[in-house]
Design a protein around this ligand. Structure first.
Ligand code: ATP
Length: 407
């Protein structure tokens, strides 16, 4: 049997993974519990849009009692934005197909509660919802993540007395662990800004999360980092983090609000730096055009985007907001460089000549010599960017974004 859980926490506290941990303490779980990230652009999320899937062979009566007991006890039900959903689904080939298709949509698009209710009916799910039950969307979608592309996260939890306090960790131990285990353990630190990334900042019970390619690597990493506070427990989750599962290839005319997309197109306008330090260029693909933005937090990536020129061919990957205006870039592949030419301004009397007017060539301000338009030489613009992939730094990476180094 599969158990899906979502939307139990709020910014005031708790974490759906902690509820999973509590359930795993009481029922026998097959494999690892799953932490499944869903569309990062949707407006209802608290933080990382994560839902939980658990597999068990225990009988429904016991499972129902344990799961609903834990969810009721630990959910932040008083928060307006918390709408828990829990589903119990029997495993079968036909259910697997339906749930996989639903997961594919929920991880990359905006889906309605009605659509989730329809899928719940088709798979014969037993559904428990509190308040508006929006959590049913994530709870069902989590059950559809079953691909071979996956990663692992070891999440450690604080003792309740420390909730809300500053997390105490020996930062140098995290950098040392990273030096030893990267890229098998990844996104632990941001080397450019020298920041530790494994400890979140909220009031939730999570002390830290270590992400890696296998359960063994994340356990090894946990043995190397030094917490400076008491730890309650640690659990390894199988996840869809770092898989790019959210990115779906689309034409620009097909893009909808809140989509996660991969767009193949041509750089139409020269990138420009706008207020706030973001870099923006227009992409077109014959069906339409859309702005692509590298936000200021993306550091070096912004500079790489700035060096694109009109005519370059790129694949732009990222998320869409409430309006279909801009792709918030997560990564970008340059597939073809425009061989653009620039005029070579002629030199006379030791100085660069000046323009003699539109299409009239150049003239020397000292000796009045003229060079006609036809006589001007041009040269290939030398490019600082080459063909290949470029990505945002770890501190700006979405949970679902796959690191280039993992391929
Ligand atoms: P945390 O990461 O801290 O567990 P969260 O960021 O996962 O919190 P939730 O509290 O789970 O946020 O809220 C997300 C809500 O959005 C859930 O009700 C979930 O069912 C719903 N949801 C998830 N994906 C989609 C989607 N693609 N379309 C519509 N609703 C969605």
């Amino acid at each position: 049997m599969l158990i899906g859980i979502d939307d139990t926490d709020s910014l005031k506290g708790m974490c759906t993974t902690y509820i999973a941990k509590r359930i795993c303490d009481e029922i026998k779980v097959i494999g690892y519990p799953k932490l499944v990230r869903l569309n990062p652009n949707i407006p209802y999320k608290t933080r990382g849009n994560g839902a939980i899937a658990i597999r068990t062979r225990e009988n429904l009566e016991k499972v129902r009692e344990v799961v609903l007991g834990v969810v009721k006890k630990y959910s932040m039900i008083d928060d307006d934005r918390t709408n828990p959903g829990v589903v119990f689904v029997e495993e079968s080939e036909s259910n697997k197909k339906l749930l996989t298709a639903f997961y594919r949509r929920v991880v990359s698009e905006l889906v309605s509660i009605k659509e989730a209710e329809d899928v719940a009916r088709m798979v014969g799910a037993e559904v428990f919802r509190l308040k508006n039950g929006r959590g049913v969307i994530g709870a069902l979608a989590a059950l559809g993540f079953n691909s071979n592309r996956k990663s692992y996260e070891l999440i450690s939890y604080r003792v309740p007395g420390n909730y809300g306090k500053k997390r105490m960790i020996d930062a140098s131990s995290v950098f040392e662990m990273n030096a030893r285990l990267y890229p098998n353990v990844f996104d632990s630190v941001d080397l450019e800004s020298k920041k530790v990334l494994i400890t979140p900042r909220g009031r939730d019970p999570v002390f830290c999360g270590l992400r890696g390619k296998s359960p063994e690597y994340v356990r090894e990493a946990w043995g190397l980092v030094r917490p400076l506070e008491e730890i309650e427990s640690a659990v390894v989750f199988e996840t869809n983090q770092a898989t790019d599962d959210h990115l779906v290839s689309k034409r620009i005319s097909q893009v909808r609000p809140y989509d996660c997309v991969k767009l193949d197109g041509l750089v139409e306008s020269k990138p420009k730096s706008v207020e706030g330090g973001h870099v923006v260029f227009t992409l077109s693909d014959g069906t339409g055009s859309i702005d692509c933005a590298a936000y200021w937090q993306t550091g070096r990536f912004r500079k790489e985007v700035m060096s694109l020129v009109p005519g370059d061919l790129v694949v732009a990957c990222g998320g869409i907001g409430k309006y279909v205006k801009t792709v918030n870039l997560e990564k970008l592949c340059v597939t073809g460089l425009s061989s653009c030419l620039e005029l070579v301004v002629p030199v006379c009397c030791g100085r660069k000549m000046t323009s003699a007017g539109r299409n009239k060539g150049f003239k020397c301000r000292k000796c009045s010599k003229k060079v006609s338009h036809g006589g001007i030489m041009s040269r290939k613009v030398s490019r600082t960017i080459g063909v290949g992939w470029f990505e945002v730094p770890p501190r700006a990476r979405r949970h679902l974004s796959r690191l280039l180094i993992l391929d």
